[in-house]
Design a protein around this ligand. Structure first.
Ligand SMILES: Cc1cc2nc3c(=O)[nH]c(=O)nc-3n(C[C@H](O)[C@H](O)[C@H](O)COP(=O)(O)O)c2cc1C
Length: 219
């Protein structure tokens, strides 16, 4: 694994829980792939444009890839094509992906470029590669809360799986941080559980595992 594309999506920047955990994941990936280079794209501070009239017309008229309306799309797809692994750090916003991540998806999931439409359905043209998605949410969506409140709807994980699957990325691993707005104890439990999952997903040598992790800043 030589190149890692790192997308961050939270308006909270460096204080985001999703970012905290994804930074730990990146540290593991870098430790286990010594020469890995990270390209960081912060979608929250530099959001991709939402599809406008020119983009829509270019898609629908099968304009060539060098059409000016595809300029951002070409840059973002190029970043994706060059990476060996993709890490996405995202909050859940209203049961789904935040608007900036949806805007990125609308730029990279492009007919005749990153997928083809065939009689058998949409076929992705990108090489498959590992995708790690850290999802932070205030409540619980993978199951009921510890106090028994029902799980929230989850349109984020199935949507992201379908959207990235469309372009050929099917090797997704989700790391969830749930119950983050329910007090410091809940956040600590969520972080501890996510760290266990990280250790399973990206194991390190026993020496590295015993190294203390960085202190958690207040968020
Ligand atoms: C606009 C908005 C919508 C949100 N929608 C949800 C939601 O649907 N479900 C949920 O559990 N938490 C929701 N939250 C809470 C965030 O998911 C939670 O604060 C999480 O920690 C954000 O992740 P971050 O720290 O990485 O930014 C929402 C927060 C905002 C600002």
């Amino acid at each position: 694994m030589r190149a890692i594309l790192y997308l961050t999506c939270s308006p909270k920047g460096q204080f985001a829980f999703s970012r905290l955990m994804a930074d730990e994941l990146l540290a593991r990936l870098i430790e286990s792939n010594r020469n890995a280079q990270v390209v960081h794209r912060d979608l929250a501070t530099d959001p991709p444009p939402v599809p406008d009239a020119a983009f829509s017309a270019a898609v629908l008229s099968a304009a060539p890839a060098d059409d000016p309306a595809f300029a951002t799309s070409e840059i973002l797809i190029g970043e994706l094509e060059r990476c060996d692994a993709l890490v996405i750090a995202t909050p859940m916003h209203n049961y789904g992906v935040p608007a900036v991540l949806k805007a990125w998806i609308d730029q990279v999931v492009r007919i005749r470029r990153s997928f083809q439409s065939t009689p058998a359905g949409k076929v992705g043209v990108l090489r498959d590669r590992p995708v790690f998605v850290v999802v932070a949410s205030g409540g619980w969506f993978t199951g009921p809360s510890p106090s028994g409140s029902p799980a929230q709807p989850d349109f984020l994980t199935p949507y992201l799986s379908a959207a990235l699957g469309t372009i050929g990325l099917n090797d997704l691993a989700f790391i969830t941080l749930e119950g983050l707005t329910r007090g410091a104890d809940g956040a600590e439990r969520a972080l501890a559980s996510a760290r266990t999952r990280l250790a399973h997903l990206v194991p390190l040598s026993p020496m590295s595992e015993t190294r203390p992790s960085a202190p958690i800043p207040s968020r």
